[in-house]
Design a protein around this ligand. Structure first.
Ligand code: TTP
Ligand code: MG
Length: 386
């Protein structure tokens, strides 16, 4: 049995919880710039036809008393972490797919926690009790159906598709609900008169492949209730990077060094937040003529401190013979590992005490930034003196 959980109007619900003045009101979360779009809309705002990706000015036209709240990604990340922590107690087979969404394989967990329905209700209850947030859960024996199910009774929904109902469900499932069906495939669906997933079976594999490419085979499999994808645990992002296009092209070493330090700090913070270490650091430079290079370096032992990332990135930068002005600088890390994998022993035995000290400084700075905001504390070399 696979459970899919998705938080309701996630960013907006967090803000409504933290500011009682926003409760039961039409609220949108957006960026700060003039050209911002809606990241999410509270369910009250959705009644006015407001939704994700809509320009903010358009949302305002639809609802004149709309509350517009700037987003706070770090806060939502922290909430996301708490949610994943709660659900990880129910099964170790957990796959987080976005900031507010995860799959959980709960096959065999009934003996510990009661029926599948009981498990879903306990998860909903714990999240509500501990975080004052609601979520929607879908459950079925097939991964893609669970995702569709979680969306069916939003908000605060629970939808269970039993094995005995799978066939009927698939046959009447509107084809546009199948993940991966975009606008262009919908045109072809209409031409072929495919309205439901069951209708796919009217066509042979060669025709479906001709019309929809690889997706054709998957659709035929899905229509037969076959979904080869499993809940994939321990998914680790392959890289973390941060880059910035400069206001003016530069060729000044000190300025470049400051930007590398700034980016290294952002990358380091993300790495530590995810409890990861890296074994590879790279820099990316784009020049005034739009050409670009990346240079990377494999490390002898894993790191996660911003200073170590900075040192490696600066080393790579210095080795490069600069001939043109720089328009963009990026710093990134790859070869990521969980911090508590055995390789971490290397760090503990590392005679370079300096490295460990910098890590403790970084963790202290991270927790201060989390409490008081990202820009409250910074390296002295990044503070403007002129
Ligand atoms: P979703 O789960 O797609 O949306 P939601 O949780 O706001 O609402 P629903 O009840 O329909 O699930 O996305 C989760 C969060 O991701 C959302 O709160 C804000 C963010 N997000 C964006 O920043 N931009 C986007 O375009 C979308 C779709 C989401
Ligand atoms: Mg959601």
């Amino acid at each position: 049995m696979i459970l899919h959980i998705d938080m309701d109007a996630f960013f907006a619900s967090v803000e409504q919880r933290d500011n009682p003045n926003l409760k039961y009101k039409p609220v949108i979360i957006s960026g700060n710039s003039k050209r911002s779009v809606v990241a999410t809309a509270s369910y009250e705002a959705r009644r006015f036809g407001i939704g994700s990706a809509m320009p903010v000015f358009q949302a305002k036209q639809l609802c004149d008393h709309l509350e517009i709240v700037p987003g706070n990604r770090e806060k939502y990340q922290a909430e996301s972490k708490k949610i994943m922590e709660i659900i990880s107690h129910f099964s170790p087979l957990i796959e987080q797919v976005s900031i507010d969404e995860a799959y959980l394989d709960i096959t065999g967990c009934e003996r510990l926690f009661g029926s599948f329905k009981d498990i879903a209700l306990s998860i909903k209850n714990q999240i509500f009790q501990q975080l004052d947030l609601t979520c929607s859960i879908g459950m079925s024996p097939i991964k893609f159906l669970s995702k569709i199910a979680s969306d069916l009774n939003k908000p605060d929904g629970l939808t269970i598709i039993e094995q005995s109902d799978v066939k009927n469900f698939i046959f009447s499932l509107p084809i546009q609900k199948v993940p991966g069906i975009g606008k262009s495939s919908m045109n072809n669906m209409q031409l072929l008169q495919i309205k439901t997933l069951g209708d796919v079976q009217k066509y042979s594999l060669p025709i479906l492949t001709q019309k929809f490419g690889k997706m054709g085979q998957r659709l035929l499999e899905l229509s037969n209730g076959i979904d080869k994808s499993r809940v994939e645990i321990n998914y680790i992002r392959k890289s973390i990077s941060s880059e910035t296009t400069l206001l003016k092209d530069i060729n000044n070493f000190k300025k470049a060094k400051n930007i590398i330090l700034d980016r290294a700090q952002i990358v380091g913070r993300t790495l530590r937040k995810k409890d990861l270490v890296c074994e590879n650091v790279f820099i990316k430079l784009k020049f005034s003529d739009f050409s670009q290079i990346t240079r990377s370096r494999k490390l002898a032992s894993p790191i996660c401190s911003s200073s170590a990332i900075f040192n490696e990135a600066l080393f790579l930068y210095k080795r490069f013979k600069l001939k043109k002005k720089i328009r963009l600088i990026g710093v990134g890390v790859t070869a990521l590992k969980n911090k508590n994998t055995p390789v971490q022993m290397l760090l503990i035995q590392d005679p370079a005490k300096n490295k460990k000290q910098w890590e403790s400084v970084d963790f202290a700075v991270d927790s201060i930034s989390e409490k008081f905001g990202t820009f409250i504390i910074n390296k002295a070399s990044l503070t403007k003196t002129d």
